[in-house]
Ligand binder design. Structure first.
Ligand SMILES: [Ca+2]
Ligand SMILES: [Ca+2]
Length: 106
């Protein structure tokens, strides 16, 4: 009855089909950009190849400080301990300990 109505619908359908595809490409591009940004940030935005040494493991007598003996018991090299002991009182408070080198991640 209406010979053109069908082809009109089909062409409209095909025309609309490209819109979701374009949207998908936009998402893919956005994802690529986000991924590249994350990779670019990775080296400076905190290394992920280690974990901070747990304070509780070092301050075994819970006096609020990590002594040289406590550090040594956890295999912290004396040179590292000395470099962390900013105020040279022979023990590490939490602030000094917070900059301790990361332990290798499991
Ligand atoms: Ca202690
Ligand atoms: Ca200290």
């Amino acid at each position: 009855m209406h010979p053109f109505s069908r082809s009109t619908l089909e062409s409209r359908g095909r025309g609309n089909a490209s819109a979701p595809l374009r949207r998908r490409l936009a998402w893919a591009a956005a994802a690529l950009i986000a991924c590249a940004a994350a990779q670019a940030q990775a080296p400076t935005d905190g290394p992920e190849d280690g974990v901070p040494p747990p304070w509780e493991l070092y301050d075994t007598d819970k006096d609020g400080y990590v002594s040289a003996e406590e550090a040594e018991a956890q295999k912290m090299p004396a040179s590292v301990f000395r470099s962390l002991d900013m105020d040279r009182d022979g023990r590490l408070n939490r602030e000094e300990f917070s900059v301790a080198p990361l332990l290798p991640a499991e």
